[in-house]
Design a protein around this ligand. Sequence first.
Ligand code: OSB
Ligand code: MG
Length: 368
Amino acid sequence: MRIERVVVHRAALPLVRPFRTSFMVELHKDVVLVELTTDDGVTGWGECVAMTAPLYSHEYNDGAIEVMREFLLPRLLGVDLELEDVPALLGPVRGHPMAKGALELAVADAALRMRGQSFASYLGSVRDQVDCGVSVGIPADDSIDTLVAEVDGYVAEGYQRIKLKIQPGWDVVPTRVIRERYPDVPLQVDANQAYGRADIEHLAGLDEFGLLLIEQPLHEDDVLGHKLMAERMQTPMCLDESVLSAENAEFLIDYGACEVVNIKAGRVGGYLSAKAIHDLALARSVPVWCGGMVETGIGRAANIALASLPGFTLPGDTSGSDRFFTRDVTEPFVLVDGRIDVPTGPGLGVAPLPEVLEELTVARHVLA
Ligand code: OSB
Ligand code: MG
C-alpha cells in the first residue's frame, strides 16, 4: 500500500470528572487522531496518546503533530509500505514514540482492513474478552469521602481491579481506607514518579495492604532506586514511564528493577514494539498488563486487542468509554461483568462517528 493522504483531527473531549494525577489535572481530553488514506482508497485511523503538555513524558501534542509532519511522514510517503516495515522506516528519528505509534496504528488499521483481518487476530489474540480495571485519580477536593464514593461506583459497575493514583501526602491513608472497605478487591497504586529514594521506608508501609503492585514510584531514570525499592518491599515493582523499548525492558527485568510491566504502545513506539515487550516478558514469566492514556475509542480498541494476548494476565487500565467520556468519538466500549469484548471487525473494528468528530473537532491539519 501507498499513503495518499493524512489528516490529523484535534478534538477536545470533556471528561466526566477531572482526572488528577501526581503530575497534572485534566479536565478535557486533548485528542489527536490520525486519518490515513491509501492508494486503494482504504482509510485507517490512529491515535496519538501524548497530552497537551510534556508532563507524563517529553512528548506533547503540538510537538507530536510537528514531528509527524516534518520528520516521520516523509519517511513513509512514496514507499510501497508493509505494516512491518514501519518501525524500521521511522527508527532513524530518535525518540517521539507516541508520534511514531500514532502513524503505525493508522497504517495497521488500513493494512488490516484491506486484508479483512482484525487487529487482535493479527497481534495473536487468545481471548474474546479482556478483564478490566480502572485508574482512580486523586480527588480534586483531596477528600477521602469523594474517593470512596468514586471507588464504590466502580466496584458496583464490576471493575475487576482498582488502581489508586498516589502522591506524597496521598498514599498510605487512602489505600488503607479502600483496602478496609474492600478487603478482597485486587488493588494497586501508581505514583507517576512522584517519590524519591528517601521515601522508600514510608512506601514500604503499603506492604500490609496486599497490593498487586506499585507502579513507577521513582523518577524514570532511577533504575537503581527501583531495584533497591523492589528488594525492600514485598509489593511487586511495576514500571510504566521507565519502559521505553523491548531492549530496555529486558535490562530492567534482568537487573531486578521491574517485576511487572505496564505496557503502553504509545510509550514504546507502537503496537509492534508493545507486542515484542509482551513476548519477552512472557518468555521470562513476568506478568504484564495493558496501560491506558485516557484514549478515545480508537486507541481503546487497539489496547483491548493488545490486552487479549496470552501474557496479559493482570486486568488493564482498559475501562469502558464511560469511565472518561459521556460521548466517545466511536461507538462506546461497554463494560459487561467486568470485561470488554475484543473487537472482531477488520482493522481496529471501530472508526470515529463522523457527526461526533465534526462536532468536537477544534483543528484539522492536512499533513499529506
Ligand atoms: O500513569 O498510567 C498512567 C493516564 C494518563 C497518563 C498516565 C497514566 C494514566 C492512567 C490510566 O493512570 C488512564 C486510563 O485509564 O486510560
Ligand atoms: Mg502509570
